[in-house]
Design a protein around this ligand. Sequence first.
Ligand SMILES: Nc1ncnc2c1ncn2[C@@H]1O[C@H](COP(=O)(O)OP(=O)(O)OP(=O)(O)O)[C@@H](O)[C@H]1O
Ligand SMILES: [Mg+2]
Length: 257
Amino acid sequence: MVHVERLSHSFGQHFALRDVSFSLEKGGFLFLNGPSGAGKTTLLRLLHGALPVMQGRASVAGFELSTLPRRRVPDLRREVGVVFQDFKILPERTVLQNVALTLEVRGVDPGAAERRVRALLASVGLEDKALTPCGLLSGGEQQRVAIARSMVANPKLILADEPTGNLDLDLALRLMDLFKQLHTYGTTIIMATHNREVMAQVPEAQVLALRDGRIWEGQIAGQIAGQTEGQTGTAQAETSRADGKPDDDGQAWEDGA
Ligand SMILES: Nc1ncnc2c1ncn2[C@@H]1O[C@H](COP(=O)(O)OP(=O)(O)OP(=O)(O)O)[C@@H](O)[C@H]1O
Ligand SMILES: [Mg+2]
């Protein structure tokens, strides 16, 4: 579903991502972690076409991003649900309208769209806020709108950037149940998070730890992945598991909602 090979990205002189390689099969779950500024958001933005792939390769849901023309980015986005770290919801529109927009642009019948959205709002605990303009919601409520929106069109892949960052632990775990449910149904998920309790909810997940834009495989093993690759310093992802057990398997484009 996602294959990344020696992907790098720089903003001016500064490399936000350097030589990152990993693969995630269909139905897989990958946690991205690493300190602030490590490159998690940059990686996720590259994977949904918000930043152009200029160095290295990335293939996502069958789209080869290094050669994907910009006009075909909407085709990629149709397959991918995104929870943005800064939500990117429309403050003057209601919760219902924000979540339904994704279905509207796909031509889904408005009645069917509303039923689907209301069911999802109940799952994220926002059934009472359906008609509230998003600008009046708390940060945690806005985050739940963003989560519902990412899921509403049953995407093959969900890229979630710290989706529980504004939620208390109880709510975070409840929302994780929702992600886990989708995962059980076969959705592939990449989630950036710092939260170990969140990560512990999906013990079978792969973990990719970034630091200074490079893959850092050291959280558990205590070493930098690139150092095992000899002189080249190429960071090669042998992702570890969320529970720490060994695993056998081994210039910006605009963001769209
Ligand atoms: N649009 C941009 N222009 C210039 N530099 C940027 C831009 N976006 C990110 N960076 C830089 O790239 C690096 C990686 O940023 P990124 O947002 O990917 O980190 P992150 O791991 O998501 O951090 P956080 O945990 O704080 O969200 C940082 O040094 C950041 O300052
Ligand atoms: Mg980030």
